[in-house]
Design a protein around this ligand. Structure first.
Ligand SMILES: Cc1cc2nc3c(=O)[nH]c(=O)nc-3n(C[C@H](O)[C@H](O)[C@H](O)COP(=O)(O)OP(=O)(O)OC[C@H]3O[C@@H](n4cnc5c(N)ncnc54)[C@H](O)[C@@H]3O)c2cc1C
Length: 480
């Protein structure tokens, strides 16, 4: 039977999932599709995860407006979605008189953007962060900047939307969009879908998707950022997020503690194509050199991973959040590069309240629940509760990931949730199994067997990440 959805969202990154969640407050038939096999598999899981304070964007721009509003929404949203959010505050550092003058201009810009900041002198900076390069002259302190767990945030937003009635279709790539008298016919690799309103949140592919429906006068060029991730056992380095002065290439190479205790260092900034997630020694060396100018003593021997992500930089130079030129029922949410994560909650609310509301009646859903179902995390329990739990279900006593202390019971719980994982990385992003120092060397074989057993697959059919990412060629001995 043909289902005519009220609204179809293309792309389950932070933008699409938060729009889906906002829409799930209302009595609507909403579907969100992604070509990937999970929510948050693209740019939304490979970024710095800084919830920027908002002092930097051009006053009056979409970036400035949505960044500030989004930053204000994060504390409550993180609580509702049960995600760790740490408001560490940020320091933007100046090392000579010219840079100090730029800091003053940035402080003025912060004032125009209504962001609280303070200029600190050398002694104040070094008192707050003794590891900073001793030649520092001053810093711009922004106390409202924070860092979030980006993986949990997107997946929990998706789960919360699903729990409130949204349909999520994975592995559905949108190939063609046609308008007819009934609305839109959206052709995917899995067949046709029908909707009255389409919201395009396709990240670095948003220009390709937009052009399927209408003529556009903007284009997206992906800009890659490469990173180092240091282990959570790294000795104390910094308490705040440290930035150099921003430039035309972006916010520069930052150093930040993560809510998990790891340190993140990067990103670089180079234009590339939409498939290029490679990392290379030359770029990483430059990231290292830039970071050491801020903090010379970074222990890069603690690196457990390098990775990269793609910013969806548009020719407009600002976020594009608007009706398509030829048709109000097609909404583009495109060019969402940095600070897109910080801005996402405010963008989602704007899309629903300012762009969707004029098109369709929005009736409150009386049983909308803003809270995501809690996860059971054993390390957070006291010894007595943990022991009781293990007695009731011994699977909570069987460690699968020793680095991050994740039990079999906790991983099996994931399969009972409304947005369960389908790949090794899907499990890693939800509970951090494989995120530690051994990077899955010990737990990955066990996780392969768990996924195979749960989905009735052969181990050779289990995916590391997206479609085609098989990691086992053939079994050389039987499972014991
Ligand atoms: C290096 C780097 C650092 C960053 N640092 C920060 C930061 O510190 N703070 C901050 O606020 N922001 C930061 N950002 C920006 C932030 O990560 C992005 O703004 C945000 O993740 C964009 O989310 P999205 O949902 O638009 O895109 P995505 O997460 O890429 O989601 C788009 C989805 O669309 C799907 N899709 C694409 N085409 C199709 C199709 N044809 N059919 C179906 N599905 C499709 C994709 O599979 C994908 O899942 C950074 C970005 C990068 C790359």
């Amino acid at each position: 039977m043909k289902t005519q959805y009220d609204i179809l969202i293309i792309g389950a990154g932070v933008i699409g999932t938060l729009i889906a969640r906002e829409l799930s407050r209302y009595d609507l038939n909403v579907v969100i599709v992604d070509k990937s096999n999970d929510a948050g598999n693209a740019t939304s899981s490979a970024n710095s995860a800084i919830i920027h304070s908002g002092y930097d964007p051009e006053p009056g721009s979409n970036k400035a407006k949505f960044n500030l509003a989004g930053n204000h929404m994060f504390p409550l949203l993180a609580k509702q979605l049960n995600v760790t959010f740490k408001q560490f505050g940020s320091l933007t550092l100046a090392f000579d008189d010219e840079q100090v003058a730029t800091l003053t201009q940035l402080a003025e810009r912060a004032k125009q953007n209504c962001v609280p900041v303070q200029i600190l002198n050398r002694d104040e900076v070094l008192k707050m962060e003794p590891a900073i390069n001793q030649t520092v002259k001053a810093a711009l302190y922004a106390p409202t900047a924070g860092v979030i767990n980006p993986f949990n945030f997107v997946i929990h937003a998706m789960e919360n939307a699903i729990d409130n009635g949204v349909t999520f279709l994975r592995n559905h790539e949108v190939l063609k969009i046609e308008k007819n008298v009934d609305g839109y016919l959206i052709t995917t690799n899995c067949g046709p879908l029908f909707a009255n309103i389409v919201i395009n949140a396709a990240g670095v592919h948003a220009d390709v998707v937009a052009a399927m429906a209408t003529k556009i006068d903007w284009k997206i060029t992906p800009r890659k950022g490469e990173y180092y991730l240091l282990d959570h056992d790294t000795p104390h380095l910094t308490k705040h997020t440290l930035f150099p002065l921003p430039s035309s290439k972006g916010k520069g190479v930052l150093i930040t503690p993560m809510p998990s205790g790891n340190y993140l260092i990067g990103p670089s900034s180079e234009f590339t194509n939409s498939e290029d997630l490679s990392t290379d020694a030359k770029t990483l060396q430059k990231v290292k050199d830039d970071a050491q100018q801020l903090v010379p003593s970074i222990p890069f021997t603690q690196t457990i991973r390098v990775f990269s992500g793609l910013r969806a930089s548009s020719t407009r130079g600002d976020f594009i959040v608007e009706y398509s030129e030829s048709d109000q029922h097609f909404i583009n949410v495109a060019g969402i590069d940095s600070p897109g994560f910080a801005a996402a909650p405010a963008i989602a609310r704007y899309v629903v309240e300012e762009l969707v509301r004029p098109l369709i009646e929005l009736n409150d859903k009386i049983n909308f629940n803003p809270y995501v179902q809690k996860y059971l995390r054993l390390p957070k329990l006291d010894g007595e509760t943990r022991n009781k739990l293990i007695k009731t279900n011994p699977e909570y006593g069987l460690m699968i990931c020793n680095c991050e202390k994740i039990s079999l019971g906790e991983i099996k719980d994931l399969f009972k949730r409304s947005c369960p994982p389908h790949s090794i990385k899907g499990i890693k992003r939800r509970v951090r199994a494989g995120f530690g120092r051994c990077q899955g060397a010990f737990c990955q074989p066990k996780i392969v067997l768990l996924l195979a057993e749960h989905y009735g697959l052969k181990p050779e059919e289990v995916l590391l990440d997206d479609e085609g990412s098989y990691i086992i060629d053939h079994m050389v001995k039987e499972k014991r």
